[in-house]
Design a protein around this ligand. Structure first.
Ligand SMILES: [Mn+2]
Length: 306
């Protein structure tokens, strides 16, 4: 424990330099009155292709500074800061190379924050981080519906226990999520339809209207708390080149924003944005997309409160 201007904090859990959207940095988030807590997970050793998503949280926070000036974000009619209290607790620290330790530490961190009555938005890191995040959320919320935006279903059963293509094969086996109430949107790689997930593949989602997609999401996820996970490669590489495994034929930022804005009535209890790898980015386009998606997620949550 160190003494600081702000009291004592346990610096073995978190570190970093500046907060998303200039939200305050708070190393003791569980002790604050925040509604939502941001954490970065700089873990990318479960990546199958091009690594580098460990630098995602830093890139997203940096890009978010360009979004901080707007009072009422267009097209919303209120100021996020007046409705929702958000703090950023920096990045989780862990011993690099010890994946089991990372899982334990991530789960403990989530558990502690949720137990203190807050909700979490997390930045990856590769998509593997969602598995320990789901384990932590399960302890508070029980079995969840997964609302999953991605080019890949990540339901493969090959690879190691620490593979960013396997989380949603393992999560239902651990009882964390119910595939029958879960939906995967933007998929454009091979997958096994027998696993029970509803898949709105990218060709179909691109042809459907936003209203039709929102209706489908509501219909499938009905009845369970929803965990929202957003792999930035759901977006077409034109909108998100800076990611480990980009796939052509994806979705646009415009359509994604409109879908997110339609989810106001849903009970979304946790959110993440993963797989931003700034080394492959151009002009911060991917980091800006991820930062804006996270901002829209917060506006969505704030829009429920009046
Ligand atoms: Mn993916």
């Amino acid at each position: 424990m160190l003494s600081t201007l702000y009291g004592e904090y346990d610096n073995s859990l978190v570190s970093n330099n500046f907060g998303f959207l200039r939200f305050p940095l708070e190393f003791n988030p569980h002790q604050t009155d925040a509604d939502w807590v941001i954490t970065g997970f700089t873990f990318d050793v479960a990546t199958s292709g091009r690594p580098g998503a460990r630098f995602g949280p830093e890139a997203i926070r940096k890009a978010s500074v360009n979004l901080a000036w707007e009072g009422n974000r267009f097209p919303w009619d209120f100021n996020l800061r007046e409705r929702l209290k958000v703090v950023d607790c920096g990045d989780l620290t862990f011993a690099f190379g010890d994946n089991a330790e990372f899982c334990d530490k991530a789960e403990q961190h989530v558990t502690r924050i949720l137990q203190s009555g807050k909700k979490m938005l997390s930045f990856g890191g590769d998509h593997f981080i969602t598995l320990p995040l789901l384990r932590g959320h399960f302890k508070k919320f029980g079995q969840m519906a997964l609302l999953h935006f991605d080019a890949h279903t990540d339901t493969y059963d090959h690879g190691s226990d620490y593979d960013h293509g396997t989380m949603f094969y393992h999560a239902p086996k651990e009882g964390l999520i119910d595939p029958e109430h879960s939906i995967q949107i933007g998929i454009r790689t091979e997958h096994d339809p027998s696993l029970g997930y509803t898949v709105l593949d990218a060709p179909r989602a691109n042809d459907m209207t936003v209203t039709e997609i929102v209706q489908k999401i509501k219909q499938v996820t009905q009845g369970l708390p929803i965990y929202l996970t957003f792999d930035i490669d759901c977006l077409d590489p034109a909108y998100a080149p800076g990611t480990g495994t980009p796939v052509c034929g994806g979705m646009s930022t415009d359509k994604i924003f409109k879908i997110l804005r339609g989810l106001k009535d849903l009970n979304i209890i946790g959110m993440d944005v993963v797989e931003v790898a700034p080394s492959y980015d151009q002009s911060d386009i991917t980091a800006l997309a991820a930062a804006t998606i996270a901002l829209e997620m917060f506006y969505l949550q704030a829009s429920k409160l009046k």
